[in-house]
Design a protein. Sequence first.
Length: 461
Amino acid sequence: MSDYLGGNIQQHFNYLLESGNETAARQFLDHQNISDVADLINEFPEQEGYIITHMSVHRAASVFKILDLSAQKQIIRELPPYKTAELLNVLSPDDRTDFLEELPSNAVRELIKLLEPEERKTTLSLLGYPEDSIGRLMTPDYVYVYPHNTVEEVFTTIRKHGKDSETINVIYVINEKGELIDDIRIRDFILSQPNKKVADLVDNRVTSLNAYDDQEKASEIFKRENRVALPVVSNSNKLLGIVTIDDILWVAEEEFSEDMQKMGGTEALEQPYLEVPLHKLYRKRIIWLLILFVGETLTIAAMSNFQETLEQVLVLSTFIPLIISSGGNSGSQAATLIIQAMALGEVEIKDWWRIASREIISGLLMGTTLGILGFFIVFGGYRIFGLFGEHFIRIGFAIGFAVVGVVIWGTIMGSMLPLLLKKLGADPAASSTPFIATLVDVTGLLIYFGTAFLLLKGVLL
């Protein structure tokens, strides 16, 4: 095997498979980085079960938790029951819950039977919390102490229970009732005298999460507090568990993917794109397409009302794509910026007037720029190509003013709709780019034809 150590991991592993040397395979897999083993599973999907069974169970669990759901499911199907039980019992409670909640209820029941009594009790407790709640993310594996303990006793507790804990960067202080008093960084214990009491280190400045809070709230608090772990408490302030930063990063990635899909005009996909059945993909996408299709019929209705105007001044119809695209694009820009700002906690519903005033000014500036350009397009078309007739100046002003109005309206719609949806308890990401564009299409046409009618009345109309 030493002849192959200079090559890449895939070649080494392929060599070991061909040689049939299982002892060497175990040693090789147990000495690779967790991420490299995950890459091996992706590279050799038919060997998923082999790879997991030829690793120490703790390292196998570390690999399993970073795999895609489809790979996790396939591994569980391939493993014999005793190995599945071994793997699931070693997984941290939060990672195990995260996997189980993606499975059908009958599969969950069968897998829970494989858990040891204490692990089964913990898992059922976590699964009892609402979906997308912080309770689903927390792990009960943490180190806690009491105010009357000395620093020396704290280190004895850490040595006894620390190896089974998710993190020991922070030690949690509770009273006899199990209520959270404080969380203290381990460096504070290291720098204190052995006989010093925990009570002397308590400052009562603890930030905690409620088990029933939404996971997005946890993400915001982690960012604000710059923490690697936060305690999770019940409504009566009983310490239930902790949430660590790695879980929050997964939540942030899922929320980002979901928002991007919604902003694209589709419902969120719970699985990787290539694994979503076609009938489910159709169902997720067709709903929004139907809504947008019906919405666009309003555009037809708006144009029908101005059909006589279009027949008299045919040139107006040539500028319809320019007008409605300007409004749709400005609205989509505004919606994207506001949704992102809301997700990052930079703006709230109460800031609506500040947002509206900024967008009105921005819309005016952008609209004026585009309006001037539109005027010169008409002016240049007449001078160079002889287009638009003798009243080209009025047509140019009609196009320019219409663009200004449509862009301002687009920015207002795009910025206010996410706030309105948030106020109504809906997901702001649902005010997707296609949805904003459709709304602005209809209203933009009304602004355009109304402006043209006012400026061209008595001349061309």
